[in-house]
Design a binder for this molecule. Structure first.
Ligand code: NAD
Length: 289
């Protein structure tokens, strides 16, 4: 049947209409957030900040005990639940998203924060180191984002995916091939997924911290000693060392990274996607020594 001219919808008219229908980001107080690696360090600080803003939080961690502890700190099952998940496992990641939906009726915000560091010089880095580093950070965040995108697109109400990437994925830190390359992979996932999911109102952004020593399980678990040796400082002085090389001469704490998650997802940055926000007190911006 010939379509009468007056009923014909031009492509651009439809696109504009879709944009009008696109949901504005919801206030955090009405949101459900899932934080991987939420049982420690930066992830714990993010979980605390999102809960303080009124979000319901799923604390997802490989370490069941720490996930339960943090969920308890946030006030119990009405506001936070722990989920045990190894982000390298497709089944466990999909199950974690399912558990979140069952606990709180949906998911609006997912933070890819789980990570380890196997930073070593190239000649000491084994194929197993490379695979393990990439399976947790590159594969783990891919699996988490994919499971999140399934829920977010089905809900049709937009949403946020945030990657805790790193300065080390942008500039070349010393003796950092496996970790730095895995972080660079995460950073490109941010751009690729921002492009693919933007039309659904889903924003995908990254945060690039640096030198968050205090509270970090990664630093306490061997990375601190390794970095101290690389920089020729005592391990106890590492926080001070990192602060001293920043432009602001300030130590970066887990709370500062959590503030950035809030700025990107709960503040006014409604039209920011595919971006990376440094939380490094200025290290990546200038070469001082
Ligand atoms: P952390 O060790 O305190 O926290 C990492 C958490 O991830 C832990 O709770 C750990 O159990 C969890 N985890 C590890 N492997 C997992 C897996 N396979 N599945 C699920 N959970 C897993 O370390 P952090 O310093 O808070 O680091 C958090 C994130 O921030 C990491 O991605 C790290 O690379 C990134 N980052 C940290 C710094 C820093 O200076 N500390 C700088 C840049 C980026």
């Amino acid at each position: 049947i010939e379509e009468p001219e007056k009923f014909r919808i031009e492509y651009w008219e439809l696109e504009e209409a879709k944009l009008r229908r696109m949901p504005a980001p919801k206030p955090l107080a009405t949101r459900v957030a899932l934080v991987t690696g939420g049982g420690s360090g930066i992830g714990r600080a993010i979980a605390h900040r999102l809960a303080a803003e009124g979000a319901c939080v799923v604390v997802a961690d490989r370490d069941a005990e720490s996930a339960a502890t943090v969920a308890g700190e946030l006030g119990g099952p009405d506001t936070a639940v722990p989920v045990t998940v190894d982000v390298t496992s497709e089944e466990q990641v999909d199950a974690a998203l399912r558990e979140s939906v069952l606990a709180f009726g949906g998911v609006d915000l997912v933070v890819n924060n789980a990570g380890i560091s196997l930073s070593k010089p190239l000649l000491e880095t084994t194929a197993e180191d490379w695979d393990r580093q990439h399976s947790i950070m590159a594969r783990g965040s891919f699996l988490t984002s994919r499971a999140a995108a399934r829920v977010l697109t089905a809900q049709g109400m937009g949403g946020d995916i945030v990657y805790i990437a790193s300065k080390n994925g942008v500039v070349a830190g010393p003796d950092n091939i496996a970790y730095g390359a895995a972080k660079a992979d995460q950073s490109h996932q941010v751009r690729l997924l921002a492009a693919e999911l933007g039309a659904h109102g889903i924003r995908v952004n990254g945060i690039n911290p640096d030198g968050v020593v205090r509270g970090s399980g990664i630093f306490a678990g061997g990375w601190g000693a390794q970095r101290a040796a690389v920089y020729g400082v005592e391990e106890e002085k590492l926080g001070e060392f990192y602060a001293g090389r920043t432009l602001l001469k300030r130590e970066v704490l887990p709370e500062h990274v959590a503030n950035a998650v809030f700025a990107l997802t709960g503040g006014d940055l409604t039209h920011t996607t595919g971006a990376h926000l440094p939380v490094d007190a200025g290290v990546a911006a200038a070469f001082l020594r």
